[in-house]
Write a protein that binds this ligand. Structure first.
Ligand code: HEM
Length: 404
């Protein structure tokens, strides 16, 4: 066993080591070299751009959460017009009355409107309006500093991949606005409803596409921000035993977790969280629902997107697969010298494990409480946090050092 230095994250940036990462003595079987410096500590450019990307990521997370509350309070179909250039809500009683009359013409308005008071309408309108305003705010928070940084030459030195990421966020952000309206439209008229006689609701496909885009934007922003913050993994560590496999398992696990989240959007979009609430952990009388209930749509694959029973079963299976993947990630990590040598990698993995535990409990809680708004919104927040923690873990494994 060779005695070497390992590095712990610390708030103190004045230390004599690679700033912000304090040395502690430990033994490692492989004698890996110390971590290289974090790009964040190396230049003002890296710090500014990283902070800006984190603020954008936090903002996107906020928009996603408000979007979840909008759906859970059944507020998403209250604004029947798309006015991207006019963000103010109605102000006078006459304007409110006009907006309410518009709502009453929609399918949901005809179903719920006759029993709805103006206060109730204003409540659902608020959430949808707030979601839209926050979402537009990202345009300002992202594009404003981007123009500034580009004009100061901050981005010029960035790798083509980093520039592609910035362009991708800009492009996907625009698509997301259009996607949001395309989704809302599917719930406004009978012609686009999956079942014109049932409760008005948006298409589960479009809801899932909206969530997928949002999670993709968030992953890109946080991935880029973290790449500027984490310390550099030395080449010897990258080439050491088991690290190639660990990297592959980490990326695969993140992809699987992402897909689990998308399968959750189908559960939400089909209101399938209101099935099998009393019988958990069983689904009805069995571990899985009767075969006929799972397969009544053809071709079979349609069931996981359009049949509530199959969608919930699929989501539970995906959550199970994500759990197995994260266990494999722990096994793969412990087969390398990284977790012993660099405590921040071990800590980051422990954070992933803890959030996964919480997320499973929240999923079960969502089911047991018949999709209580607070519990379901926290389950959504749990998905965001788990994804972010996995992306951070990947950033630690792929850190290359100076980016800008
Ligand atoms: C890795 C684990 C999990 C992840 C990442 C995850 C993620 C998600 C996401 C992103 C949604 C969509 C929320 C929305 O669109 O508003 C969702 C919905 C849902 N999930 Fe999970 N989930 C996990 C585990 C579970 C488990 C174990 C259960 C229960 C057995 C569960 C039950 C539900 C239910 C009932 C909904 C629908 C809630 C609604 O209608 O708003 N989830 N999940």
């Amino acid at each position: 066993m060779t005695k070497i230095h390992s590095y712990e994250a610390s708030g103190d940036t004045s230390g004599s080591t690679s700033e912000g990462w304090t040395a502690t003595s430990q033994k490692s079987a492989e004698g890996l070299p110390p971590l290289g410096p974090s790009p964040f500590q190396q230049s003002f450019k890296n710090r500014s751009v990283s902070r800006w990307l984190l603020v954008c990521g936090a903002w996107v997370s906020g928009v996603i959460l408000v979007g979840a509350i909008t759906r859970l309070t059944e507020s998403g179909l209250s604004m029947t017009k798309w006015k991207p250039l006019s963000p103010t809500p109605p102000r006078t009683p006459e304007e409110w009355e006009e907006e309410f009359q518009e709502y009453l013409k929609s399918v949901e308005g005809q179903q719920r409107g006759p029993n709805m008071s103006m206060e109730e309408f204003q409540f659902i309108f608020f959430w949808e309006w707030f979601h839209r305003v926050l979402a537009r705010g990202i345009g300002v928070v992202f594009a404003g500093p981007l123009i500034y940084f580009a004009s100061r030459g901050y981005i010029k030195q960035a790798s083509p991949r980093f520039k592609f990421g910035l362009g991708g966020v800009f492009f996907l952000g625009g698509c997301q606005g259009a996607m949001g309206w395309y989704m809302v439209k599917s719930g406004l008229s009978k012609s686009t409803l999956l079942d014109p006689e049932a409760k008005a609701t948006v298409s589960a496909y479009r809801l899932a596409a909206h969530l997928t885009l949002a999670f993709t934007i968030l992953s890109t922003l946080t991935g880029m921000a973290f790449s500027l913050r984490v310390p550099t993994l030395p080449t010897a560590a990258i080439k050491s035993k088991g690290v190639g496999m660990l990297r592959r398992v980490a990326v695969g696990t993140t992809g699987l977790m992402f897909t689990t989240a998308v399968s959750g959007a189908f559960v939400a979009g089909l209101d399938a969280g209101l099935l099998y609430n009393d019988t958990f952990p069983l689904m009805g009388e069995g571990v899985i629902p009767p075969w006929e209930d799972l397969t009544y749509k053809q071709p079979l694959v349609r069931n996981i997107f359009e049949n509530g029973s199959a969608a919930q079963l699929w989501h539970r299976l995906m959550a199970g697969a994500t759990t197995v993947a994260i266990i494999s990630l722990n096994v793969a990590a412990r087969r390398t010298a990284l977790v012993v040598t660099y405590p921040h990698i071990r800590k980051s993995l422990n954070v992933v494990n803890t959030i996964l535990g919480g997320q499973i409990l929240l999923g079960v809680g969502t089911l047991l409480t018949y999709v209580h708004t607070h519990v379901a919104a926290t389950h959504q927040a749990g998905a965001l946090t788990l994804l972010t923690s996995l992306i951070y873990f990947c950033a630690l494994l792929f850190s290359k050092g100076r980016v800008l």
